[in-house]
Structures are given as C-alpha cells and as structure tokens.
Design a protein around this ligand. Structure first.
Ligand code: UD1
Length: 351
C-alpha cells in the first residue's frame, strides 16, 4: 500500500513525525510539502530535529492570499498525485494545505484520510474552521483524536467513516520530553520563573487594537516573557508600530520543537493563540492562557489547565496570575501510541 502525506505548515511537520516513523517498514510512504511554510525555522529544522526524511516532493508555493495560495496547491498537488498514484492521501489538521490536498484527491477519486478530524471551534470567521469542516466532509476516513471530536463528526452524519485513534501530537510530545530531560533552558531563563508566549492568529495579529492589548498585557507581567515570534506577528507589529520588546517581553525567533517542549515544560505559564501549544502545555502540566474566544481542545479548559481570555492587558494579566490548577490524571488525548493506530486503520480500510 502506498500512502501520500501532504504537509505544508509548522504544526503539520510535528504531526508527520510520529506518522512517518509508524509507517516505516509497514507501508510505502511518500511525503509532499506544499511549501506554505518555507523559512528554515518554520520548516527545515522540524524535519531535521524530528528525524523525518526529506519530502519526496516540494511545491515551494510560499505565502499568498488564501485563493492564490490554495489554488496553486491544488494545481501542483494534482500532478504530484498523478505521478505517485497513491492508494491513500493523508491530510493533517486544518491549514490551506489540508483543504487543497483533500480537494485535489477526491476529484481524482483517490481515497482521503483526515488526521485530526472532527475538531471544531464553531467560529466561522476562522479560515481553519472552514478548512476542517470541508476536509472532513470530503474525506473517506476520519481519524479523530478524541471522543469529543468523534461526537462532532457523528452529529454531522459522519460516524460511519470515523475512528478514534488518539492524538499524534501526544505521541511526539511524550517521546521528545524524555529526550530533552535535563537539557538547557532558553538563554537567560530561570527554571520555573518565566512565561512562554506565541501569537499568530489573524484575529489577534492583523487587528491593531487586539494586538496592542495583548502586547501591553505581556509587557506588564511579573516574570520574563519569552515571546517566540511567528513571521506574521513580526510583520503586523511593525506595520502598527507596536514594540515587541517592551517591559517583560524577551523577543526571540521561533524555537525548534525539542527546545520548545523543554521551554514549555519548565515555564510558569504559557500565553498563546496556537491550537497545538495550549494542548502541549496541558500535557506538560503548565497552565495555559489562550487569547481566543473559543478552543478546539475543550478538555484543557474543562480540566482547569487552560483559560480563554480577551485580547486585552487585563485578560492576559488576570489569567497568568491565577492559582495553580488542581492536579489531574485524566488523559483525554490518548496514550502516546496514536500513530500506530493510524497505520492500522489505513491498512484495515484498504482491504
Ligand atoms: C498557518 C495556518 C494556521 C496554523 C499556522 C501555524 C492556514 C490558513 N493557517 O497560518 O492554521 O496555525 O500556519 O504556524 O493555513 N511566513 C514566513 N515564513 C514562513 C511562513 C510564513 O515569513 O516560513 C509569513 C508569510 O509571509 C505570511 C505569514 O507568515 O505573511 C502567514 O503565513 P501563512 O502560512 O499564510 O499562514 P499562518 O499565519 O502561518
């Protein structure tokens, strides 16, 4: 059996790592990179650090408006699928690379499997929400990370195509945590006495008032704030004349995955609008503050380890000064062996 994985953006490289390892020796695995993320620190470093073989195909599409970027992917992926004739196209998460790959594949009658199926924010202003919903409905096999995700799919009439496999980001996180045990912390940071922050959602970066509110909040915190700046954040802060080095903020480039895991593990808290990071914080039992009106990973909030706040200085401040959450043994994201189940499910569905 030949599986063709399509990835393009940073979180997808992290998800690809455990999948690529689980596929090895069991199925033929071809990897296509759309080139949505292309900087060394946004792309190459993940392949290197996580031991993922170099992509077999790289479309090098880069940035652009939604239609321009997604359209170029559709066109390029069609040729890649034609060349490799896969039995399955495997798509990841919710980016423009995900929807482009799913759409290109179904039009060519190639079965599509969606990893991380069934997540919903129910916020129709997020491009990712449309990418998820449309990809789920186009796909033949829905690989859900949690029971909550599977329930969303059931309500949309997709139960028959759904399997709960667990969360593959938990697989890679658990393994990486073991590997970086005892490794150095980011320069200038003292164990347990700093925050990690990432902000990149268009709703926060592109809106001047929201961005100013968040940055003012971070600048006023009681400990150093390691702000790992996504290119989108840097670009919009410059456009709006917002200083990303004010007060407590320590502005840094994005971290490679192992260093990020180490930094979050030893931080006093995380402030983010990323989907993945709030869950990674939970798995490492570091309290998270999510600057968004909703989350796809509701279990983190229900268990008390994640709080949703407004993009204001008070929002950011109130959440990071809250009491430590109660310990929990709950494991809503699985046992760290999801990737093997993904391969089992693909093999079973092919027979
Ligand atoms: C994308 C995904 C989002 C995901 C995020 C992870 C979509 C719609 N959004 O958002 O779901 O959470 O990736 O990071 O697919 N840029 C660079 N270098 C790079 C990549 C991007 O400078 O390597 C710049 C681009 O020029 C652009 C901005 O970052 O200005 C946004 O990149 P883009 O891939 O369009 O979306 P993200 O905001 O990264």
């Amino acid at each position: 059996m030949r599986v063709l994985s399509v990835v393009g953006a940073r979180p997808q490289f992290v998800k690809l790592a455990p999948i690529a390892h689980a596929m090895a020796g069991r199925v033929e695995h071809v990897v296509a990179h759309t080139g949505q993320h292309y900087d060394e620190l946004m792309s190459d470093v993940f392949f290197r650090d996580l031991g993922i073989p170099a992509p077999d195909e790289n479309l090098a599409i880069g940035s652009g408006r939604h239609g321009e970027q997604t359209g170029a992917m559709l066109e390029g992926l069609e040729l890649v699928f034609e060349k490799h004739a896969p039995d399955w196209v495997l798509v990841y998460g919710d980016t423009n690379s995900t929807i482009a790959a799913a759409l290109a594949a179904v039009k060519m009658h190639i079965p599509v499997a969606h990893l991380e199926a069934g997540l919903r924010s129910f916020n129709r202003r997020m491009p990712e929400e449309h990418n998820r919903v449309l990809t789920d409905h186009a796909s033949d096999l829905l690989l859900a990370p949690t029971d909550v995700a599977a329930e969303h799919l059931r309500r949309e009439g997709l139960a028959e195509r759904t399997i709960v496999v667990g969360d593959v980001m938990t697989d890679v996180l658990m393994q990486t945590r073991r590997e970086v045990e005892g490794a150095a912390l980011p320069e200038g940071m003292t164990d347990g006495d700093y925050y990690v922050a990432t902000i990149h959602r268009p709703a926060n970066t592109d809106d001047e008032e929201n961005l100013r509110g968040i940055v003012d909040g971070l600048a006023s915190l009681d400990r150093p704030v390691l702000l790992l700046a996504h290119p989108r954040l840097v670009r919009f802060a410059a456009e709006h004349g917002i200083d990303l080095t004010a007060g407590a903020i320590e502005l840094r480039a994005p971290l490679p995955y192992p260093q990020l895991v180490r930094a979050v593990d030893r931080a006093a808290g995380v402030i983010t609008d990323s989907g993945g990071l709030q869950k990674e914080a939970f798995l490492l039992r570091t309290p998270a503050t999510t600057v968004r009106p909703e989350t796809e990973w509701t279990e983190t909030v229900d268990l008390g380890w994640n709080v949703l706040v407004e993009p204001t200085p008070e929002g950011v401040r109130s959440a990071v000064t809250r009491p430590q959450p109660a310990e929990t043994e709950e494991a809503p994201y699985g046992d760290g062996a999801a990737a093997g189940r993904v391969v089992d499910a693909l093999l079973a569905a092919t027979r």
